[in-house]
Design a protein around this ligand. Structure first.
Ligand code: SF4
Length: 360
């Protein structure tokens, strides 16, 4: 969970996950859907899928014993050299180097690395330093300490050098380059993709689909969506998608969402359409009609989770409208009652006068 994600964000997920899967046996026996649903919101979902497959491998090929050699650990899906090193040093107190993002930054600054840390020359130097610095004695404490130093003091933008125990040894600090190192690669501009999503509503329920397990966001759920091609307008893409569900016309534009992925920026345009109760798009396979409350608990992926406030606003408006209608109806009813009461009096009075019949 901590690959690419900070501790603070991970903590609630970690507790929920361990409550449900306290050991490797329980995790291996679970369905991938359940694993993904407990991961939903944390991002980088291949980690969840890899962890699940790794648990199966440990159970099926290793009799439930967790591997404790670098080679066997690196054979598990999702476990690279640095993760294997962290497991071996922290769990088994073995002298194996760790080089996660935090350690890379600390070492790059400590030795004032001039190369791009992701280049092969930079990578080679960093692993060399990581190996040389990992001690025979208490490698467990060393691994934990250097990772925490990077996470808490040697921060990417503002390293807290004046509180750092390595201040006197650090070359970047001495050269006044702490903020410039690691040297950043010139980044390619992030491309933008435009998609449309249909909020199809039928009797207060919304249609969602599960994405195929393989590929990006695999196993997570979303509203019906399509990428808008360069030849299409979002409106025509939304109308075409509505057609696939037997609807017609142009759905209403309901708002836009911006979502950043590591390799592209998503601009998601939302279109809303109410379908008749009789409309036939039934639940089958990986398709569900769910209420907003159910969707709150459902493993939607990040961009489509952002749709939920819109659904809540819609429900509130509907409720307010119903209340106003209810009040109006009530007023109307009481006015009618008063009127008919008045007419009854009239009738009675007029009857008394003998001028009008009951038909008034
Ligand atoms: S002195 Fe500053 S730059 Fe050097 S390791 Fe410590 S926090 Fe990082």
């Amino acid at each position: 969970m901590l690959q690419q994600t900070g501790v603070k964000a991970v903590i609630p997920y970690y507790h929920r996950f361990l409550d449900r899967f306290p050991d490797v046996r329980t995790l291996s026996a679970a369905s991938v859907d359940e694993v993904i649903s407990l991961w939903a919101g944390l991002g980088y979902y291949s980690r969840a899928r890899n962890l699940h497959v790794a648990a199966k491998v440990v159970m099926e090929e290793n009799g439930g014993e967790f591997p404790c050699s670098l080679e066997n650990l690196q054979g598990l899906p999702g476990v690279g050299r640095s993760t294997a090193g962290a497991i071996l040093s922290i769990a088994w107190n073995q002298k194996t180097p760790v080089l996660d993002g935090n350690v890379r930054r600390v070492l790059a600054r400590l030795f004032a690395l001039e190369e791009d840390p992701r280049s092969s020359a930079g990578e080679k130097k960093l692993w060399g330093w990581a190996e040389a610095l990992t001690p025979e004695d208490r490698p467990h404490d060393y691994a934990q300490a250097i990772m925490d130093l990077g996470a808490l003091l040697c921060l990417p933008r503002r390293p807290a050098c004046d509180r750092c125990p390595l201040e006197g040894l650090c070359r970047s600090r001495a050269l006044g380059l702490a903020q410039e190192i690691p040297r950043r690669r010139s980044r390619k501009p992030v491309p933008t993709r435009t998609q449309i999503a249909l909020i199809l509503c039928r009797a207060d329920r919304h249609l969602v689909f599960k994405r195929p397990l393989e590929g990006m966001l695999g196993g997570l759920w979303e509203f019906p969506a399509r990428t808008v091609s360069s030849e299409q307008s979002p409106e025509s893409a939304a109308a075409a998608l509505l057609c696939e569900f037997g609807g017609s016309g142009e759905p209403d534009f309901a708002g836009g969402i911006d979502h950043a992925y590591s390799h592209f920026r998503l601009v998601l345009r939302l279109y809303r359409c109410n379908l008749e109760k009789s409309h036939r798009v039934e639940e089958e396979g990986e398709r569900r009609w769910l209420t907003t409350e159910e969707l709150e608990q459902w493993p939607l992926h990040g961009a489509h989770k952002k749709v939920l406030p819109l659904l809540h606003r819609d429900s509130e408006k509907k409720l307010a409208h119903t209340k106003v209608r209810g009040r109006e109806d009530k007023n109307y009813l009481s006015q009618s009652a008063e009127k008919s009461e008045g007419k009854r009096h009239q009738t009675v009075e007029y009857r008394k006068g003998g001028k009008f019949s009951d038909k008034i």
